[in-house]
Design a protein around this ligand. Sequence first.
Ligand code: ARG
Length: 572
Amino acid sequence: MNILTTLTETVSAAFAKRGYDAAYGGVTVSNRPDLCHYQCNGALPAAKAKKVNPLVIAGEIAEELRGDSRFASADAAPPGFVNLRLSDAFLTSLLCDMAADKRLLLPLMERRTIVMDYGGPNVAKPLHVGHLRSAIIGDSMVRLSRFLGHAVIGDIHLGDWGLQMGLVIAEMEERGLDAGDVSLDDLNEIYPAASARSKTDASFAEKAAVRTAELQSGDPALRAVWERLRATSVEGLRRSYDQMEVFFDRWYGESDADRFIPPVIDILRERGLLRESEGALVVDVALPEDKEPMPPMMVQKTNGAYIYGTTDLATLYQRKRDFDPDEVWYFTDNRQSLHFKQIFRCAEIAGILSGGGKNAVCRHFPFGTVNGKDGKPYKTRDGGVMRLSDLIDSVTSNALEKVKSSDIEIEEAETGVIARQLGMAALRVGDMQNHRTKDYIFDMDRFLATEGKTGPYLQYTAVRIRSVLVKAAGFKPGAILPPASDTERDLMLCMPLVPDALLRAFADKAPSAICDVLFELAGRFNRFYFEHKILQHPDEERRASWLSLLSLTDRLLTVLLGILGVEVPAHM
Ligand code: ARG
């Protein structure tokens, strides 16, 4: 069982035994590792309720726990903390259990079916760094959820159906271009040009709107053009996502939801939810308890066109029908928060999410912005939006420089692979070590460094452990022994924190908890490694124990890095 759960049960029982509410027994990891390993702060609220001195209650609880052989010490500390240190014997048996358990002592969770939406790139428009965060965070949440035993369907949800398609088609007509002539690079140039033109040229804007409507109503010639453009774009997108090792189970787009718009509109109409407003159709989604303004959600524009939100409603309808999920999760930047609130409410009132005795819960997990060193959204040198493919190329070529200048021998053929692994680790860890909701500064040199809180540092540590394990191939691992030094104890104490970090990352949808525990584990391992000559140790049992400890460290690093989508290079 998870260590925090075990300790919480024990301390709760102590509270109950002394006549207090067991709910005060919550145990957390100590924020003063110099004083203790774990702590309980429950005596503070317990004392408030009884109007007594918290230190007295903490003293009673500590006394109650002192007889328990799992603790090396249990002390009360002002103003009313209970500080706990694990005994070496208990810690050792805990790690033996962990080493023997495929699930790393994680509790079994009820298996849920979760649809995750973490792509959202737009056909015709180049990807930008905002899409980077959706991909990195979403992909890690897919990996984590699967590791915990959930069933996940990852969907890219391409933006392939909106006005951008009409703009590109109109611009191609102006230039006399055929879909077959348009390459990915052309596409990346055509869209911004068309978008700019539509802002100054009203008749061009009108034409683009007409083309969008014609495409959406099934014009076969336009459909053929659209299919070509979509294929060209998808090819480029696949390349970028593959390089990042970000995977999707479905490459559905907004266009795939189009056929579900009529049934959704019918439902809204039957339930009397549609209201006409200045020629457009809207649904009121405000609730009396709303503290912030909640405007009605538009589903159809005055000119009859359906919009982004309509497509998202239809997509929810499709997801319910195809996957009957327990939950639907969206990862986009926080500027889309209102959009998602509106569609979730609308879907809820319309009953699109219920049926079959199951109600799908939709959740939006917003994230902050990727900024440049000037603190403003990250841009290219000439001030444009940075394309994801350019970003990946530049990170990879910087990583390649590093690999080439390293003093270890790496075969020519391998340098490219390792550079990609390094570059992607730099990107992923550079992003995810920040809490999802925070903005962060994109700093390639810092992200790529082998020292500090970086992806390459973690990779380096994993490579080091593996090379010791390879050299130790002739030795037999054995039972893990109680620690013989402080650095060894510190390393051991970090291991039970891993399952807890995984659960926290899942609960909060924030992979930063995984980064935190990884840096802790890697740091403590490195300190242990520099203090001990593992393979030269004269005592066979100690050496055997250390090998087991190394294997467990390697396994934990592998699991955690795997969830972050970080590969461990063969050499570094
Ligand atoms: N295509 C959108 C954009 O680039 C993101 C889509 C996010 N997912 C969704 N189901 N709305 O802003």
